[in-house]
Design a protein around this ligand. Structure first.
Ligand code: HEC
Length: 243
């Protein structure tokens, strides 16, 4: 009887997490991913973005591929990992603890002004969903750069979206496209990379002043606020939002 039950358990386990060599490739046009055979594509068109999803009737995933960040409820504690998925920088979020919640991933493909977000609500098969996320490839993806996503890569943090961070810290002086007290951020972000902006905002004295910086200071008279408490990941999310 005991052995029989272990066999049951094994059968159940192997049904819920099928072997990856049986996975199918699902093609969404802009990207592809791999999923177990029972997953099916659901498609719909967003208003100003491309969206769709996939489901196996236990969990459903939705994606959005467009110019803007997708906003989830902010301020709640999440476990967050900064990762690389087939060469593309990624932020992956899972709930704290074992209760099912939002499992999401945000990708910033290079050669692309669009943002890619994929998520599931009330996710039952978290481990499987994370494995599916790691198979996503775009046209320019580099499949040789896909480090394993282990549990220790996740840190508990209060996740705040790029949009909210922008509104809380920058919107008083900057708009993405208009000139206010400071220059339009979309223009600024074209000539500065993420590492530079992170250093500039956290401690501008640590970088050598170049001619563009001198020109900005002269033109705007006031100086940009310092943000030693923002992390580089948060600054990157602001850039993703206001690019
Ligand atoms: C108090 C007003 C103010 C706030 C708040 C502010 N900025 Fe600025 N920012 C400026 C001004 C003015 C400049 C141009 C002068 C300078 O370089 O300091 C500027 C310049 C910049 C530059 C361009 C630097 C360069 O040389 O290319 C970046 C990048 C920037 N801000 C990002 C941000 C971000 C992101 C936030 C929010 C986290 C923010 N700023 C908040 C006023 C502000």
């Amino acid at each position: 009887m005991k052995y029989y039950c272990i066999l049951c358990l094994l059968l159940v386990a192997s049904c819920t997490t099928p072997k990856e060599d049986t996975w199918q490739t699902l093609d969404f046009g802009a990207f592809q991913l791999k999923a177990p055979p029972d997953w099916k594509i659901m498609e719909f068109e967003g208003v100003d973005s491309y969206g769709g999803g996939l489901t196996n009737n236990v969990d459903s995933l939705t994606f959005d591929y467009g110019e803007y960040d997708v906003d989830f409820e902010t301020g709640a504690n999440r476990r967050v990992a900064e990762d690389t998925v087939n060469g593309v920088p990624a932020t992956i979020m899972i709930p704290v603890g074992d209760t099912p919640g939002i499992v999401s991933m945000h990708l910033r493909p290079r050669h692309d002004k669009n943002q890619f977000t994929i998520w599931g609500h009330h996710v039952q098969q978290q481990e499987l969903i994370l494995k599916i996320y790691k198979t996503i490839v775009f046209k320019h993806s580099d499949t040789t750069v896909n480090p394993p996503l282990t549990a220790d890569r996740f840190i508990i943090s209060t996740y705040i979206t790029g949009k909210t961070l922008f509104q809380m810290n920058c919107a008083g002086c900057h708009a993405p496209l208009k000139e206010l007290t400071g220059p339009p951020l979309a223009t600024v972000f074209k000539s500065r990379d993420q590492q530079w902006v992170c250093q500039f905002l956290r401690n501008r004295n640590s970088i050598l002043k170049d001619s563009l910086q001198v020109a900005y200071e002269k033109e705007y008279q006031v100086q940009c606020t310092r943000f030693p408490d923002l992390s580089c990941a948060e600054i990157r999310r602001i850039m993703d939002y206001a690019h």
